[in-house]
Write a protein of this length. Structure first.
Length: 637
């Protein structure tokens, strides 16, 4: 099979570490590998944390997708809580002209749809609770009605309640986001409502139902003796909770497998069915008062439970060690070294960290334009590409390519995860050849930890830059661009001690500008500032390696360096006067730059301070200055 004939399937989902998404994506992957196709999953953890800014950063990963690079799209948009992002994803697939397939969703008739019968299954479970167990007062925990599955299940609940002439009290319905926390919040709301307890709580999925059961049990209620609880999906946790959860078994793996089959058929010119329906079956167990024999024997359950606990313990250990070492890193290089140490534990073929071109720019936090929020920069860098056979990097690549390095062959499975701090986009991760994002309960925590460490590095870089700028303000004269008195004292002390250690003499030149007042009075202070700047540049040009210069006062300057003999005095003063003359020719002003210079060279004497030596040079300069006449500072017109 040639590279050109290999098909590329994109999967778009949120919360890939949850069992529903796990099962569907497992089916997609197995089908794709059988056909030697590549699967690229763009995943976020939006809606997990109650933080709108964080969700913006998570959902931004979908803005990276270049749909034209793929032959088909599996759309688990029913797991994404942001309606606008759903619309954008659907529009992107349509604009690229590639086939798309929904799971349990009919948002667009142009796409294929793998449907699992939610309505009949929910009808059966509600009818069972009412007719078999005599429930009269029934509460309901729903998913978001913007989600087609949630809407179908809720409508089925309402219909069965009406058929049995029972009131579906709006106060007894809680709308969540299909997350475990919603079950806890629903129970809290129900118990605090002041209304009598319901006979049963019907939940739109297992995650919310299990959380509701735990909350009820903590509050002292028994299930099903006090309250019946049911779920939907028949997940692993539902099957092994105590009591086991009455639920609905859905062929999620088969749905994912069929979705991939449909896309590959369409991509190869076939004409698959537009809508494929799969059936779901209610499973009545202990939480509604029924008896049910588990499908798994106890030995299998013990092994699977041990594996889950052991993997979780291992992941926590990795997370803790990584957190500790990342806290010590102070540069991007140190940060990447720490991350590299732990990547082998993820059991992947390749791990890439891709950063936006301006990821380390500063921002004020007040205006959105200050930093990247939506989308990615046109060019990206991949400073860390970990592979089993070594570590590499890519300095620059186009974000439209998504991958910093092209995939080789077929059968690859890659996960793209967002790298961000709150809503600020920093880049993204790519994990290839591993189901770590799906199978580890701590993938989200590890990715957040790395993201936070990169943000800390960014802040530290800018803190160091600020400190550097503040240091410059402290030691650099802002007008002349050379050391001020503070900077001179700091650097001069180092030179003085060096001469003291080596026995070399110290050379000091004291320079005073002539006629600055006349320039200011005749041409203005702005021109006086210009004259000071030009004189400072002359002085700076006169300094040899190892010498420093500074503006010592208003129109006073100084040069300090390690000397050798008296010849250096004459050479320095000649150099200064020559450059000063050249500068006058260059600027061609109606006044003349002029300055008096006095230079002193002497070995270090413990009884003579640096201040005393500067005073001597100042006196030598002053003697020369007295010989000059003020009238020469103005050129005759």
């Amino acid at each position: 099979m040639t590279e050109e004939s290999i098909k590329h399937i994109v999967v778009i989902a949120a919360g890939v570490d949850e069992e529903y998404q796990n099962s569907v994506i497992d089916g997609v992957i197995d089908c794709a590998k059988k056909a030697n196709a590549n699967v690229t999953c763009f995943a976020s953890f939006g809606g997990v944390i109650s933080n709108s800014k964080y969700d913006i950063g998570e959902y931004n990963i979908y803005n990276l997708i270049n749909y034209r690079k793929f032959d088909g799209a599996v759309l688990l948009t029913n797991t994404i809580c942001n309606p606008e992002m759903k619309k954008k994803i659907i529009a992107g697939v349509k604009a690229a002209g590639i086939p798309g397939v929904f799971l349990d969703c009919d948002d667009d008739p142009d796409f294929y749809n793998i449907k699992i019968d939610n309505i009949e299954a929910m009808r059966a479970i509600v009818q069972h609770v009412i007719q078999e167990h005599g429930a009269k007062t029934v509460n309901y925990i729903s998913g978001p009605l913007s989600n087609p599955e949630a809407q179908a299940r809720y409508e089925a609940f309402l219909h069965v309640m009406a058929e049995n002439r029972l009131i579906a009290d709006a106060r007894r319905v809680y709308f969540g986001e299909f997350r475990p926390i919603d079950g806890e919040r629903a129970v809290e709301e129900f118990l605090n409502s002041g209304m009598p307890l319901p006979d049963a709580i019907i939940s739109a999925n297992d995650a919310m139902a299990l959380s509701a059961m735990r909350s009820l049990q903590k509050a002292g209620y028994s299930i099903p003796e006090d309250i019946i609880v049911t779920g939907f999906d028949n997940t692993y946790n539902a099957r092994h909770y105590c009591p086991t959860l009455s639920s609905v078994s859905r062929p999620l793996y088969d749905a994912g497998y069929k979705a991939c089959e449909v896309l590959l058929d369409a991509a190869n010119g076939g004409n698959p069915e537009k809508v494929i329906s799969l059936s779901a079956e209610p499973v009545f167990t202990e939480s509604c008062g029924c008896k049910h024999e588990g499908d798994e024997d106890f030995e299998t359950y013990k092994k699977s439970t041990f594996d889950i606990i052991d993997n979780c313990r291992s992941d926590i250990a990795i997370l803790n060690r990584m957190t500790s070492e990342l806290a010590e890193s102070e540069t991007p290089e140190q940060n990447q070294e720490v991350i590299t140490k732990f990547l082998s534990h993820l059991e992947c073929d390749q791990w890439c960290m891709c950063l936006c071109a301006e990821w380390n720019t500063t921002f004020r936090g007040s205006a959105p334009d200050d930093y990247q929020i939506h989308g990615y920069t046109k060019t990206m860098s991949a400073p860390l590409i970990w592979q089993k056979d070594g570590v590499g990097s890519v300095d620059s690549f186009s974000s439209s390519q998504m991958f910093p390095l092209p995939l080789e062959g077929g059968g690859n499975v890659s996960f793209f995860l967002p790298l961000h701090f709150r809503e600020r986009c920093l880049g993204y991760y790519i994990i290839t050849g591993s189901k770590f994002p799906m199978k580890s309960m701590l993938c989200h925590s590890i990715m957040m930890n790395i993201s936070n460490s990169i943000e800390n590095i960014r802040k530290l870089l800018h803190l160091n830059n600020v400190i550097s700028e503040l240091d410059k303000l402290y030691v650099i004269d802002p007008l002349c661009g050379i050391f001020n008195r503070n900077g001179f004292i700091r650097e001069a002390d180092l030179l003085y001690r060096k001469c003291e250690d080596t026995g070399d003499p110290l050379l000091i030149s004291f320079i005073d500008m002539d006629g600055l007042k006349i320039v200011n009075d005749n041409y203005g202070h702005k021109e006086g500032d210009f004259a000071l700047q030009r004189l400072a540049s002359v002085i700076k040009d006169c300094c040899l390696p190892g010498q420093i210069c500074a503006r010592f006062g208003g129109d006073e300057f100084i040069i300090l360096g390690i000397g050798t003999n008296e010849d250096e005095v004459e050479a320095l003063e000649y150099r200064f006067l020559k450059r000063l003359s050249d500068q006058n020719h260059i600027i061609n002003k109606p006044y003349e730059l002029s300055a008096s210079i006095g230079t002193y060279i002497a070995p270090i004497d413990p009884n003579v301070t640096l201040f005393n030596m500067i005073t001597t040079a100042d006196q030598m300069m002053y003697e020369k200055k007295k010989k000059k006449k003020t009238s020469r500072y103005l050129r005759k017109e």
